[in-house]
Design a protein around this ligand. Structure first.
Ligand code: 13P
Length: 254
């Protein structure tokens, strides 16, 4: 099944008001219709970045979302607030939130359900730590995080869910999974989705690879049959590198 490749730029806690808008304007200029592109700026810049993206087809995303509607949750950001800022999609369960902030599979699931019910798309991030990989637990960790993260998500809502496979040991380290290893993990994730839903749902879900994707390695990763684009950290902060990665995704779609 032909899936439109999807490339996301996760800016993490980087940029400022000026550089974020400039970066967004460059991403908007470089975007082409063959690839779905999203950027995930820091919360304070969402509105300004959204204005810079207007009319470009690049989706505005947020790096996190609360699982609560409103009330006494200091520091949290609700789905309604994100929608108010023009956000269309959210990351849930990024490894830095799971392993640095301490988010559980259950909290990630609650966020996924809240975001989908509010009409937002979701990119559910999963992936194993180095010690889990060395212990041969890669597929088991992905399975646990996906089964828990998607509990209660309907087959219909899976049309608004993307999975980002981001091996923790590859994030920000310069180490990338080999295309063969990444493809193997992605294929197993797709098989898992087929067993949880059905083959047509599994065939429709985009599975992004994330972890030290750069212009030099993007093409060979995106050429793999079950790798449908990438979630990019460091290289998404450089407009030229991000554009080159998006072009590699365009080429993979042909
Ligand atoms: P890097 O591309 O910097 O390794 O980060 C990947 C990532 O965490 C994207 O969400």
């Amino acid at each position: 099944m032909a899936r439109t490749p999807y490339v996301g730029g996760n800016w993490k806690m980087n940029t400022n008001g000026v550089s974020g808008v400039e970066l967004a304007a460059n991403v908007a200029r470089a975007a082409d219709d063959a690839v779905q592109v999203a950027v995930f700026p820091p919360f304070p810049y969402l509105i300004r970045v959204g204005e810079a993206l207007a009319g470009s087809g690049v989706m505005l995303g947020a790096q996190d979302v609360s699982d609560q509607d409103d009330g006494a949750y200091t520091g949290e950001i609700s789905t309604a607030m994100l929608l108010d800022c023009g956000v269309k999609t959210v990351l849930v369960g990024h490894s830095e939130r799971r392993h640095v902030i301490g988010e559980s599979d259950e909290l990630c699931n609650s966020k996924v359900l809240k975001a989908l019910s509010a009409g937002l798309d979701v990119v559910l991030c999963v992936g194993e730590k180095l010690e889990e990989r060395e212990a041969g637990q890669t597929d088991a960790v992905n399975e646990r995080q996906i089964r828990a993260g998607l509990a209660g998500v309907s087959a219909a809502d899976m049309a608004r869910v993307t999975i980002a496979y981001e091996p923790v040991w590859a994030i920000g380290t310069g180490k990338t999974a080999t295309p063969a290893d990444a493809q193997d993990a992605h294929a197993k994730i797709r098989t898992l989705l087929a067993s949880m839903y059905d083959q047509s749902v599994a065939d429709g879900v985009r599975i992004q690879y994330g972890g030290s994707v750069k212009p030099a390695n993007a093409a060979e990763l995106f050429a793999c049959p079950d790798i449908d684009g990438g979630l990019i950290g460091g290289a998404s902060l450089k407009a030229d590198d991000f554009a080159a990665i998006c072009q590699a995704a365009t080429a993979s779609a042909v």
